[in-house]
Unconditional design. Structure first.
Length: 160
């Protein structure tokens, strides 16, 4: 393990870097990839006083984004627990671009450099605390990879 104690710790450490980017965006919306992007995004939303919503990715069969909130004409900051291959982040970024987002920023605790290159085709900017050369299982970056399920993620978003 290297890096972060828990998902919320990663979010707290990500917040200052996201703040620098968010200051240049117009009316940004923080969008967490459900489920594990939510505990990372919560401290970012609290620190920056940004609205937080979620986007769900169906991972069974052919992966696809199941629902996108209304983001037409908005700047969006996508938050997740990290990037391994980049597939989930790419699918979400592509769906947001198709849904009318103006600027899209990806904010994650970990983004391997080999995955980052492909993500620049859909994201205007990528904010990451760690940019390792090669990818590893995300659990490796956390002392306690305290994941939550989709129901818990939705409950947390609904309680905001």
């Amino acid at each position: 393990m290297t890096g972060f104690a828990k998902l919320a710790d990663a979010g707290a450490r990500l917040a200052p870097a996201v703040s620098d980017v968010a200051s240049g965006l117009r009316d940004p919306l923080l969008l967490a990839i459900i489920p594990n992007g939510v505990p990372v995004a919560e401290p970012v939303a609290a620190a920056l006083r940004l609205p937080l919503a979620g986007v769900c990715l169906e991972r069974e069969g052919e992966p696809h984004v199941t629902a996108v909130p209304d983001i037409t004409g908005r700047d969006v900051i996508v938050v997740d627990d990290g990037v391994e291959t980049g597939t989930a982040a790419w699918l979400v970024g592509t769906a947001l671009r198709s849904a009318g987002a103006v600027r899209i920023v990806l904010a994650v605790p970990v983004c391997p450099r080999q995955a980052e290159a492909g993500l620049h085709s859909v994201y205007d900017e990528i904010v990451a605390i760690h940019r390792p050369l090669a990818r590893r299982d995300l659990r490796w970056h956390y002392a306690d990879f305290d994941t939550i399920d989709e129901a818990e993620a939705r409950r947390r978003l609904d309680d905001r």
